[in-house]
Design a protein around this ligand. Structure first.
Ligand code: SF4
Ligand code: SF4
Length: 96
Protein backbone atom coordinates (compact mmCIF):
# COMPACT_ATOMS: atom_id res chain seq x y z
CA UNK A 1 0.00 0.00 0.00
CA UNK A 2 1.27 3.48 -0.85
CA UNK A 3 0.40 6.43 1.34
CA UNK A 4 0.35 9.79 -0.36
CA UNK A 5 1.63 12.63 1.81
CA UNK A 6 0.40 16.00 0.66
CA UNK A 7 3.20 18.56 0.62
CA UNK A 8 2.35 21.71 2.51
CA UNK A 9 2.08 24.63 0.13
CA UNK A 10 4.67 27.33 0.61
CA UNK A 11 3.44 30.46 2.38
CA UNK A 12 6.60 32.36 1.38
CA UNK A 13 7.29 33.29 5.00
CA UNK A 14 11.06 33.07 4.40
CA UNK A 15 11.65 31.14 7.63
CA UNK A 16 13.56 28.30 5.97
CA UNK A 17 15.93 30.74 4.25
CA UNK A 18 16.51 32.69 7.45
CA UNK A 19 17.28 29.47 9.28
CA UNK A 20 20.21 28.64 7.02
CA UNK A 21 21.98 31.66 8.55
CA UNK A 22 25.38 32.15 6.94
CA UNK A 23 26.08 28.79 5.30
CA UNK A 24 24.50 26.53 2.70
CA UNK A 25 25.33 23.21 1.07
CA UNK A 26 26.13 23.66 -2.64
CA UNK A 27 26.84 20.77 -5.02
CA UNK A 28 29.08 20.99 -8.11
CA UNK A 29 25.89 20.84 -10.18
CA UNK A 30 24.46 23.81 -8.26
CA UNK A 31 27.65 25.82 -8.63
CA UNK A 32 27.73 25.24 -12.41
CA UNK A 33 24.19 26.61 -12.60
CA UNK A 34 25.15 29.90 -10.89
CA UNK A 35 26.06 32.90 -13.02
CA UNK A 36 29.28 34.77 -12.20
CA UNK A 37 27.60 37.39 -10.03
CA UNK A 38 25.84 34.74 -7.97
CA UNK A 39 29.10 32.78 -7.55
CA UNK A 40 30.74 35.87 -6.09
CA UNK A 41 28.48 35.62 -3.01
CA UNK A 42 29.65 32.10 -2.13
CA UNK A 43 32.92 31.07 -0.49
CA UNK A 44 33.78 27.40 -0.07
CA UNK A 45 34.69 26.69 3.56
CA UNK A 46 34.31 22.91 3.74
CA UNK A 47 35.11 21.15 0.41
CA UNK A 48 34.38 17.70 1.82
CA UNK A 49 30.76 18.52 2.59
CA UNK A 50 30.25 21.27 -0.02
CA UNK A 51 29.56 23.91 2.60
CA UNK A 52 29.74 27.52 1.45
CA UNK A 53 29.54 30.72 3.43
CA UNK A 54 27.70 33.73 2.08
CA UNK A 55 30.05 36.65 1.62
CA UNK A 56 29.93 40.26 0.52
CA UNK A 57 31.73 40.11 -2.85
CA UNK A 58 33.13 43.64 -2.42
CA UNK A 59 34.63 43.29 1.05
CA UNK A 60 34.95 39.48 1.25
CA UNK A 61 33.31 39.66 4.69
CA UNK A 62 31.03 36.87 5.80
CA UNK A 63 27.30 37.67 5.77
CA UNK A 64 24.98 36.61 8.56
CA UNK A 65 22.19 35.51 6.25
CA UNK A 66 21.50 34.57 2.66
CA UNK A 67 21.84 37.68 0.49
CA UNK A 68 19.29 36.42 -2.02
CA UNK A 69 16.27 36.50 0.28
CA UNK A 70 14.22 39.57 -0.55
CA UNK A 71 11.20 40.85 1.37
CA UNK A 72 8.37 41.98 -0.86
CA UNK A 73 7.69 45.63 -0.10
CA UNK A 74 4.65 46.28 2.13
CA UNK A 75 3.93 42.56 2.43
CA UNK A 76 4.95 39.82 4.85
CA UNK A 77 6.23 37.52 2.15
CA UNK A 78 9.66 36.89 0.69
CA UNK A 79 11.15 35.80 -2.59
CA UNK A 80 14.41 34.18 -3.64
CA UNK A 81 16.30 36.40 -6.07
CA UNK A 82 18.05 33.37 -7.60
CA UNK A 83 15.02 31.08 -7.57
CA UNK A 84 15.83 29.34 -10.89
CA UNK A 85 19.47 28.84 -9.89
CA UNK A 86 18.99 28.11 -6.19
CA UNK A 87 20.92 25.20 -4.64
CA UNK A 88 19.36 21.76 -4.43
CA UNK A 89 19.49 21.99 -0.65
CA UNK A 90 17.00 24.88 -0.93
CA UNK A 91 14.87 23.07 -3.52
CA UNK A 92 14.66 19.95 -1.40
CA UNK A 93 13.86 21.66 1.88
CA UNK A 94 10.97 19.88 3.51
CA UNK A 95 8.69 22.37 5.19
CA UNK A 96 7.01 20.89 8.28
S1 SF4 B 1 9.07 26.43 2.60
FE1 SF4 B 1 10.06 28.13 3.70
S2 SF4 B 1 9.06 29.97 2.95
FE2 SF4 B 1 7.73 28.26 2.41
S3 SF4 B 1 6.28 28.10 4.13
FE3 SF4 B 1 8.01 26.71 4.56
S4 SF4 B 1 9.40 27.89 5.87
FE4 SF4 B 1 8.01 29.37 4.84
S1 SF4 C 1 19.27 30.81 -2.13
FE1 SF4 C 1 17.11 31.41 -2.21
S2 SF4 C 1 16.01 29.62 -1.46
FE2 SF4 C 1 18.16 29.37 -0.83
S3 SF4 C 1 18.33 30.26 1.24
FE3 SF4 C 1 18.79 31.90 -0.21
S4 SF4 C 1 16.84 32.95 -0.61
FE4 SF4 C 1 16.39 30.97 0.31
Amino acid sequence: MIFMVEKKSCQRCGKCCKECFNTVVVTYEDYDRFDDETKSYFMLVNPEDGIYEFIDPDSGNMLNECPFLEKIENESIYKCQIYDMRPNSCRNYYCK
